[in-house]
Design a protein around this ligand. Structure first.
Ligand SMILES: *Cc1c(COP(=O)(O)O)cnc(C)c1O
Length: 463
């Protein structure tokens, strides 16, 4: 890993300082014999672990251009590892005052990034739980009304509506995978919708719903707006930059500031290890909905404990420490963390251009963020461009690239319906779904790697 510091040295220094500090301050005691593990046992277990971990895909490498996966930044991993030695629990200030303060600072930084003037929020163990909280608040405020989202919204919204017992409506999306505003208006006219979920960066296509246009509908209709920016949220850092995002999408990101709640996943584009989502509310008074008493946990402070504004109980304080340390090195500015996202975005634009110029390949939609979707066009078809033939080619090339012994390349696949491909009028739909390639270019190193990705792909198609 190309870090500018020696991670092992830093880790070892930090561990020594931590242990020395504890030894200085606290009366000496012996670790209990029941907890003892012999050194050769530890070595052999770790050796076995290493061997078992080999059964993985190379998420760190630019040749892994499949799902939204990459290792955390070293500074995040180190901060997590250090804080984990103490293992604070951010449920209550009783569980770890230092990391609770870090969490509060990080959440405030996220709220500022989105343009919230005031906020209430906290970290969560995932985007799914963060969305669950936002939907639960929405349902509490509009108990008899439905929650609406597009057919491109994350699949967990539908399940979470079942969990909280909320009615839901699934709206059509347009040919770019964005929520269809006309269809939404039709539903709003019925008066049955209490909350609309908009997505700033859908998981499949990276599409950005026209949030600014949907907000304009609030002049005529009353509804709550929840912005799911789990994957796309950090692209907010690029909206003021010419040409980074298209105008529509930049306007949509700016409009997140007017959403009643926002979810963003630092464990996706925020360089964090898993276990770090976040939910933010624009109106801090929704905190009253969380009101509960815990007979065990809230004693050391009369300040609001994070567990009093969160549905989860125990949460890793180490996750807050990791995010806090990361934001010291990569602040939420265009030149801080934005510099990383700028490259991933440019990588997607670069590959989309090569795909667009290639006879053998076609884009499904032009990328809005850093996800590129495309399919290969089979040669020599006489009865038109059959979906079944494209699907077979996708599966063959996907496997061939991954199984290449010398230099494997990892892409993901995505099933899309005919509605998304209305512009692709020569497709013959002899199967219901078209399976295309989906590639998330979320590593900045992929910018210079795009020509390699492209050549390997073309070579695999030709075989
Ligand atoms: C990833 C994602 C989620 C779910 O988040 P997890 O952290 O995986 O639970 C929700 N919404 C969107 C748009 C996502 O991309």
């Amino acid at each position: 890993m190309a870090e500018s510091f020696n991670l092992l040295q830093l880790t070892s220094d930090a561990l020594q300082q931590l242990a020395a500090g504890q030894a200085d301050r606290w009366h000496a005691y012996e670790a209990d014999e029941t907890l003892h593990v012999a050194e050769d046992k530890a070595r052999s277990v770790l050796g076995e672990l290493l061997a078992r971990l080999d059964d993985n895909y190379p998420f760190f490498h630019p040749s892994y251009a499949g799902q939204m996966l990459k290792p955390p930044h070293a500074i995040a991993a180190l901060a997590y590892f250090m804080a984990m030695q103490i293992n604070p629990n951010n449920h209550a200030l009783d569980g770890g005052p230092a990391t609770a303060k870090m969490e509060t600072e990080c959440v405030a930084a996220l709220a500022r990034m989105f343009g919230y003037a005031q906020h209430l929020g906290h970290l969560t163990s995932s985007g799914t739980i963060a969305n669950l909280e936002a939907l639960w608040v929405a349902r509490s405020l509009h108990p008899d009304k439905a929650i609406a989202f597009s057919d491109q919204a994350h699949y967990t919204h539908e399940r979470m509506c079942q969990v909280i017992g909320a009615k839901h409506v699934k709206l059509r999306s347009d040919a770019q995978g964005r929520l269809d505003v006309d269809e939404l208006r039709t539903y709003l006219k019925t008066g049955r919708i209490g909350t609309v979920v908009v997505t700033a960066g859908t998981t499949a296509l990276g599409a950005v719903d026209p949030i600014h246009e949907i907000i304009a509908l609030q002049r005529a209709y009353e509804f709550r707006l929840h912005g799911d920016a789990a994957y796309g949220g950090f692209f907010r850092l690029l909206v003021d930059e010419d040409g980074a995002l298209n105008h529509q999408d930049a306007a949509a990101f700016r409009a997140l500031a007017k959403c009643d709640s926002i979810v963003v996943d630092p464990h996706k584009h925020g360089l964090q290890p898993y276990g770090c989502g976040a939910v933010l509310f624009r109106d801090p008074s929704v905190g009253r909905l969380y009101k509960h008493d815990s007979p065990y946990t809230y004693f050391t402070s009369s300040e609001l404990h994070l567990g009093e504004i969160s549905l989860e109980c125990s949460r890793a304080g180490a996750a807050a420490a990791a995010l806090w340390a990361t934001l010291q090195c990569f602040p939420l500015t265009a030149d801080g963390l934005g510099a990383v996202l700028r490259k991933t975005r440019q990588a997607a634009l670069g590959w989309a251009k090569l795909i667009d110029e290639s006879e053998a390949l076609r884009l499904v939609t032009s990328p809005a963020l850093d996800i590129v979707n495309f399919y290969a066009v089979p040669k020599g078809l006489e009865d038109g461009l059959q979906v079944s033939a494209i699907n077979a080619l996708t599966h063959r090339v996907f496997a061939a690239l991954m199984n290449d012994q010398q230099h494997p390349l990892y892409l993901a696949k995505l099933n899309v319906t005919q509605r998304l491909l209305t512009g692709h009028s020569d497709l013959v739909w002899d199967e219901k779904l078209l399976t295309v390639f989906r590639s998330v270019l979320m590593k900045p190193e992929q910018l210079v790697y795009v020509p390699t990705l492209h050549e390997k792909l073309l070579a695999a198609i030709k075989v």
